[in-house]
Design a protein around this ligand. Structure first.
Ligand code: PMP
Length: 285
């Protein structure tokens, strides 16, 4: 069965889905994206994702090319046409197609909208969560505007690849101050020996993850103490548990950082519980 993509107003088989080589996403990484989880054939936390999308677009002064309701129709249509029960929808909006020039294109150039949906293996994801993942640290080398979810992901690509070459699944960026910022495609968390859950504030230096925001609701409901503060690699290595959050990972236990075991070296009880409870606090559409 051929996968179906959406490109600027048309639903096309993936192999026929194309944008111009002069698209500013291709030329300059001049665009933004969102990834939503699909669970039970429904899109998870779409309003939060579209709010972040609008913010990213606003920060880059790219106009929202259609009403949010129309975007929602497209994403749901893709989930249906691709028969996704568990997986993801991906949406990318760039500043559009124009002759290559760094300055913004003339008024009237419409942003490009591309969206895809695909199935993922829930079993594989669950198996990873049962084992826990390895993390390797890399120096933070990204621009300061990582709060904007841009498609300019080269540092993230290199970080993830460096991790993979060390046998780790995810990379954690570590700033010059020694504090962990976030993962290459996830937010970073630890659980202290007193049972508090720690993650960095989203004010600066990280992407305000949607999974992170939902997890804060879970913590409040379960009356688990949240400490919004940075932590060092040494603190993570000495912590009771660690995990990462991202839309397609949910709450994913971290069992080693740079080869050092965290806690018992197996996914911990707090992390497991947060993962189990997570979907109870999501909005499905
Ligand atoms: N940080 C970065 C750099 C990411 O790429 C992602 C995943 N898109 C996240 C955090 C987690 O965000 P979310 O929970 O919205 O998927």
């Amino acid at each position: 069965m051929s996968r179906i993509a959406y490109v600027n107003g048309r639903y096309l088989p993936l192999r026929d889905a194309r944008v111009s080589i002069e698209d500013r996403g291709y030329q300059f990484a001049d665009g933004v994206y969102e990834v939503c989880e699909v669970w039970g054939g429904r899109i998870v936390d779409m309003p939060r994702h579209t709010a972040r999308l609008e913010r990213s677009l606003r920060e880059l002064r790219i106009a929202l090319p259609m009403p949010l309701a129309a975007l929602s129709v497209i994403l749901h249509e893709l989930v249906a046409r691709n028969h996704v029960h568990y997986g993801l929808v991906y949406l990318q909006i760039t500043r559009g197609v124009a002759r290559r020039d760094h300055v913004f294109p003339p008024a009237g150039v419409r942003p490009s909208v591309v969206a895809t949906a695909r199935s993922l293996s829930l079993q594989k994801n669950q198996a990873s969560a049962e084992r826990g993942i390895a993390v390797a640290t890399v120096p933070e080398n990204r621009w300061p505007r990582v709060d904007i979810k841009t498609v300019a992901l080269l540092p993230n690509v290199l970080a993830r690849q460096a991790a993979r070459e060390q046998g780790a699944y995810e990379a954690w960026y570590v700033g010059a101050d020694g504090f962990v910022t976030e993962g290459s495609a996830s937010n970073a968390w630890i659980v202290t020996h007193s049972g508090s859950v720690v993650t960095r504030s989203a004010e600066r230096g990280i992407l305000a993850g949607i999974t992170r925001a939902v997890l804060m609701d879970v913590l409040a409901a379960l009356q688990i103490t949240l400490e919004e503060r940075p932590f060092t690699v040494a603190e993570a290595c000495g912590a009771a548990e660690a995990f990462v959050t991202a839309a397609t990972q949910l709450v994913m236990p971290v069992v080693t950082v740079d080869g050092k075991s965290i806690g018992s070296g197996a996914p911990g009880p707090v992390t497991r519980r947060l993962r189990e409870e997570f979907h109870r606090f999501c909005q499905f559409s």
